[in-house]
Structure formats: C-alpha cells, structure tokens
Design a protein around this ligand. Structure first.
Ligand SMILES: [Zn+2]
Length: 104
C-alpha cells in the first residue's frame, strides 16, 4: 500500500453538477500510462465495467431474439394454417354453420 501513497490524487476530472468540472478528490490507487487514477476512474476498471455491461446487453438481446423468433414462428404457423383461406370463403363457412344451427 506504500506505493499507492506516492501516486497522490486521482488525475480524473469530475463533471457531475458543474459545467467546468473539478479534479477528483480521491487518492489514486493505480497508474495508467503514467497518470494516477482512483478505483472509480481507473480506465481499465471502467473498460471492464463497460465490457460486462455490453456482455449483459448482448445476453438480453439474445434472449429477446429467441423470444421474438418463437413468436414469429407461431405467427407464421397460424398464417400458414389460416392465411390461405380467402375471407369470402370464411364467410361462407360461417353461413353454412349458421344454416346448420337453424336446422336443429
Ligand atoms: Zn477519481
């Protein structure tokens, strides 16, 4: 930990709440390309977090895609079963059914 004390303050600027920003007040934990960074602003940690987030998004998109594909398959199956019957023919079936009902 004695090495960390020599790094001084984090070199990142924080833009939360102000337009000009202010230097990060945390003590640096790591050196990246000669610049000291705290745990929050460590570019490697940020990149890792981003990667993890993207991996999560990819997974969610994959799951959504699978659900969507299943829904699309179901929709197409219904369309194949019923889609070829013209509407006027369906109306005829309906008339025949009604005629059958009235005879009973
Ligand atoms: Zn920082």
């Amino acid at each position: 930990m004695s090495q960390n004390e020599n790094l001084g303050r984090c070199s990142a600027r924080v833009y939360a709440g102000s337009f000009t920003g202010h230097p990060c007040t945390r003590n640096a934990k790591v050196l990246r390309e000669g610049k000291p960074y705290c745990g929050t602003h460590d570019p490697v940690a940020i990149a890792d977090k981003r990667k993890a987030k993207h991996a999560q998004w990819d997974q969610e998109a994959k799951e959504k895609g699978i659900r969507w594909a299943a829904e699309e398959k179901r929709r197409k199956a219904i369309q194949q079963l019923c889609g070829h019957i013209p509407t006027d023919e369906l109306d005829q079936y309906e008339l025949v059914r009604k005629a059958g009902d009235s005879q009973q």
